[in-house]
Write a protein that binds this ligand. Structure first.
Ligand code: ASP
Length: 350
């Protein structure tokens, strides 16, 4: 528009002066555009994403170099996919859903394909997402045929008046929304079948309750350029769990929480303890009401309240200043972080 006006102006002058005038005008446009870009760059807020792939401990003795490299590669792929969304100006909501979806499709993790099995031998999946703007939330529990439960959780938030849908009702909603459905065998891997058989044997011998497997429930938290926070968590729950058992991951405030006024949190560990301790909300409440720094709030809940109750696990969290905390009271937590200040780390043990 501007250029065409300039061109009309130029064409009314003589041929010589019209070329010079046009060049001067074009140069002015370039300078103005560069100025605007610089101003925008100064305005750009830092972005950050952290992800986890579960707090289940893999004995260092069992962790071959190959296995470790493979987990690290899986985490890095999810991390970079989520970060790419933030880098191109996308929302934290889109970033956390993207990172979690990548891990749901990676059979190494206990979410989507590769999820652990119930006592009856089926995969029953839970997921939740929360957008700190609003805040608004969506979750699903006990779904057996939804390829990417995190996408269904997002649809519950965006296209239904509800927060949590379970079982058949959640799957009917998935059908209505045109979500990809798969047979339950899609989720089953040989490793998870072996883990279930072992858990059942141990239970028969020692009557031990269901225990967390190796890696792990997946989750992500992020802050975008607009300063919005988001959290997402997806899981198959616990190996050998009773059919119908729901953990903390899809329960807003327990395993997943986000609020732009405080922080965004995704947890992993024995869900029953996270539910009783309302871990994710508690951390954000310590920021909002007690003005604790993020790391101190996370430490207080994970090494204080949760541990006193006998709960094992950890969280990833981000606050509204873009600070990240990743802490756990278990032997390790599969985790990774990347931000616009140049930090990029992938870690498993302490
Ligand atoms: N928190 C999940 C649950 O109890 C399990 C995990 O994080 O490994 O369902």
């Amino acid at each position: 528009m501007k250029l065409s006006l300039l061109w009309i102006g130029a064409s009314t002058a003589g041929p010589q002066s019209s070329t010079a005038w046009l060049w001067r005008a074009l140069a002015a446009c370039v300078v103005a555009a560069a100025g605007a870009a610089l101003a925008r760059a100064a305005d750009v807020k830092p972005v950050a994403i952290a992800i986890h792939g579960g707090a289940g401990v893999i004995d260092r003795a069992q962790m071959t170099a190959e296995r470790e490299a493979s987990y690290r590669a899986g985490l890095a792929t999810a991390l970079d996919a989520g970060y790419a969304v933030l880098e191109r100006g996308g929302s934290s909501l889109e970033a956390v859903v993207t990172a979690v979806r990548v891990m749901e499709d990676d059979p190494q993790f206990n979410a989507g394909r590769g999820a652990v099995l119930t006592h009856q031998g089926a995969a029953e999946l839970d997921a939740a997402v929360m957008d700190g703007e609003g805040p608004r939330a969506g979750a699903v529990a006990g779904v057996r045929h939804v390829k990417n439960p995190i996408e269904l959780a997002r649809l519950v938030m965006e296209r239904s008046p509800h927060v949590l849908l379970v079982g058949d009702g959640a799957e009917e909603f998935a059908l209505e929304q045109g979500v990809v459905l798969v047979p339950n065998s899609h989720f089953r891997t040989e490793l998870r079948v072996r883990e279930l058989e072992q858990a059942v044997r141990e239970e028969q011998q020692r009557r031990k309750p269901a225990v967390p497997p190796g890696p792990g429930t997946v989750g992500a938290v992020a802050i975008d350029r607009a300063g919005n926070l988001a959290a997402a968590t997806s899981t198959g729950g616990l190996t050998n769990k009773q059919h119908g058992r729901v953990g903390d991951s899809p329960l807003i405030g327990a395993g997943t929480y986000a609020n732009n006024e405080s922080c965004a949190v995704s947890g992993t560990g024995q869900g029953e303890f996270f539910i009783r301790s309302v871990v994710a909300y508690d951390i954000c409440a310590l920021l909002q009401y007690k003005h604790l720094p993020l790391a101190a709030a996370v430490h207080e809940v994970i090494h204080g309240k949760l541990q006193r109750l006998g709960g094992e696990g950890g969280v990833i969290a981000v606050d509204r200043d873009g600070q990240i905390a990743m802490d756990f009271n278990s032997g390790g937590m599969f985790r990774a972080v990347r931000d616009s200040r140049g930090r990029r780390e992938v870690a498993i043990y302490r």
